[in-house]
Design a protein around this ligand. Structure first.
Ligand code: AMP
Length: 596
């Protein structure tokens, strides 16, 4: 379709009029980033002038940056917990936001072992939708013809609960998929999925995955892009295919649906698509039956132009495996978002993973940046927060946000590095999330959680007069799903009564029981994390580790055992000293209900 010249974009020629409008909006927002930010803050503060939280700091209705910055403190989740708890308990007064809190979004970041509860308001859905609506117009600049086929996206909902006061608490994507914005989205030829809504919305993860995979196989020729939110999710789908291709092929051959699919709405919608197709069944059997699964994605879905998955941050560990299964297809990281707020998008989504940078959209919230000093350099006691357009190229910052829903100067915990600008809007490389030691899927385990887990598990060794003298950890993503590996060096005081295999297996489970609820949900409900493994190493191994670090220039005085390792020579050293391996024999306890 020819596009009116007046609507052309500096980013490139838009694919259609709708895209042209979206790109124009993007240009406007990024050109006027500072005034948009000023406006956003003024709107948030005007809208919430009378809320309890802002009144507490005597903002007195001011809506300008200067007053805001001088009166409102920068906070962490824990500072806001009393207010969040009151809202969760049913207090409907305007505590954080003048608009009613419509629900809580449960973050994969935890506080005291439970998901953080992020308040949200109805109108935030429109803002999220707006960011989503910019993704395809940008992608269409780089990949033509995406309106000629479909996307095979593995999308899932997770369980929901209600707070004592009756508000829903669920992950942001579950909230979005269950919204009318998603369910009754207008037809858009650039955004057609093979997965029926009913399959995406099915809370049973097996039935959901099975039918999404089945529909993806049935329409394999039409699939132009394959994706999931995170890289780990797409690999889980590949693993699922490895385990279930025989049943899937049987269904395709007979046109009858597996008896395990019992959800009536999922059954109905799948049966509308499923027709006997012995030829396709034979093809799937032939490809999946081969020993070698290299390039399986492009073998089964030969028209795939790219993988749509986040491979930045903790997900970078999956790049080699994705490359193996996809024959190195491009991996598009399209957006950067969280439960607190959706932040921005990648304007060059077909770039290499190492070059991905996200342009923060100035209309989403009011953004400030806390200069991040590398570890060891003392932080200024009153660090000055920098505005969006004032960040400096090459510098690292922690993201601080003020949202329409009632977070004011809230530290997200992400460290970003400025890599460039699009117009006056900065672009950021996602460096890392603070305090994350181990992550397989959306779980994030920090050093103190790991420490506590080791302490709790080592209680089981007491009766054997044995203790853990040193430990470190490693996120093993060579298996699908990946799993935590904890290296233990033990001090066994009575070798005649040393802990046996069974006890050490139980130690694995005890560690899992101590880890946070996102980890345990990954183990129990999502099957996204495999059983935790303890590898017992020979006595003296950690001393060797220290010698190795010192030989590479570490200071003896300052040497600390790394609580997580991923440097190959160190892994090799540790693995060459392993005397026994133990796995969790069962899944830990988890229910959707919060423990507190
Ligand atoms: P949640 O609130 O559970 O949705 O988690 C949000 C967090 O996930 C962010 O604060 C980031 O740490 C991480 N995250 C989200 N999008 C990306 C991305 N594109 N690249 C790297 N990390 C991301």
């Amino acid at each position: 379709m020819a596009v009116d010249n007046a609507l052309s974009s500096p980013l490139g020629p838009p694919a259609c009029e709708k895209d042209a409008k979206a790109l124009q909006f993007l240009e406007e927002m990024t050109r006027n980033a500072d005034s948009v930010q000023e406006d956003v803050l003024a709107k948030i503060l005007a809208q919430n002038a009378d809320v309890e939280y802002l009144k507490r700091f005597n903002l007195d209705g001011a809506t300008d940056r200067e007053t805001f910055k001088s009166k409102i403190p920068m906070i962490r989740y824990e500072d806001l917990q009393p207010e969040i708890q009151r809202i969760a308990n049913g207090d409907r007064s305007s505590i954080l936001s003048a608009h009613p809190i419509s629900e809580f979004l449960t973050s994969s970041g935890t506080s005291a072992g439970e998901r953080k509860l992020m308040p949200t308001i109805k109108q935030e859905l429109d803002r999220r939708q707006l960011l989503y609506s910019l993704l395809m117009p940008v992608m269409n600049l780089y990949v033509p013809g995406l309106d000629k086929g479909k996307g095979l996206y593995f999308l899932f909902v997770k369980s929901e609960t209600r707070t004592p006061g009756g508000l829903l608490a669920r992950p942001v994507l579950t909230s979005y998929y269950r919204s009318d914005h998603f369910k009754t989205r207008p037809y858009d030829p650039y955004n057609v999925y093979t997965s029926p809504n009913e399959a995406i919305l099915c809370a049973d993860s097996f039935q959901s995955m099975y039918t999404q995979m089945l529909c993806g196989l049935l329409e394999r020729e039409q699939v132009l892009r394959v994706g999931a939110v995170f890289a780990s999710g797409l690999l889980r789908a590949i693993r699922f295919l490895q385990l279930h291709w025989r049943e899937l092929s049987d269904d395709i051959e007979s046109g009858m649906l597996n008896k395990k699919i019992t959800d009536p709405t999922v059954k109905d919608c799948t049966l509308k698509i499923l027709k006997p197709n012995p030829e396709l069944a034979e093809f799937v059997r032939m490809e999946c039956g081969k020993e070698n699964w290299e390039g399986i994605i492009t073998r089964i879905w030969p028209n795939t132009k790219y993988l749509d998955v986040i491979v930045t941050g903790a997900m970078a560990q999956y790049i080699p495996t994705l490359d193996y299964y996809s024959g190195c297809l491009p991996k598009a990281c399209t957006m950067y978002a969280s439960s607190e707020c959706y932040f921005g998008l990648n304007l060059n989504p077909m770039c290499k993973p190492s070059e991905v940078c996200y342009t923060i959209m100035p209309n989403m919230a009011y953004f400030e940046f806390l200069p991040h000093e590398p570890a060891g350099i003392s932080q200024d006691s009153t660090p000055k927060l920098v505005d969006l357009v004032d960040v400096e190229l090459g510098k690292e910052y922690e993201l601080v946000i003020t949202t329409y829903a009632g977070l004011y100067r809230y530290r997200v915990g992400d460290i970003l590095r400025v890599t460039g600008f699009h117009n006056s809007a900065p672009q950021f490389h996602f460096v890392r999330r603070k305090n994350v030691l181990l992550s397989i899927d959306s779980d994030k385990t920090d050093e103190s959680e790991l420490q506590k887990a080791v302490e709790n598990a080592s209680q089981l060794l007491r009766e054997f007069n044995t203790s853990v003298v040193e430990y470190t950890s490693y996120a093993d993503t060579k298996t699908i799903p990946g799993h935590y590996v904890i290296y233990w060096e033990l001090l066994v005081k009575d070798s005649a009564n040393s802990p046996g295999d069974e006890v050490l297996n139980q130690c694995c489970l005890a560690m899992e029981e101590s880890l946070n609820s996102v980890y345990r949900q990954g183990r129990v409900a999502d099957n996204s994390i495999g059983p935790l493994e303890i590898r017992v190493v020979k006595n003296g191994t950690f001393e060797e580790l220290m010698d190795y670090a010192i030989s590479r220039g570490a200071s003896i005085n300052q040497y600390k055992v790394p609580r997580c390792v991923n440097f190959t020579p160190i892994m090799e050293l540790l693995d060459s000293r392993v005397v026994s391996k133990h796995f969790s024999p069962a899944v830990p306890h988890w229910t959707p209900e919060r423990r507190r």
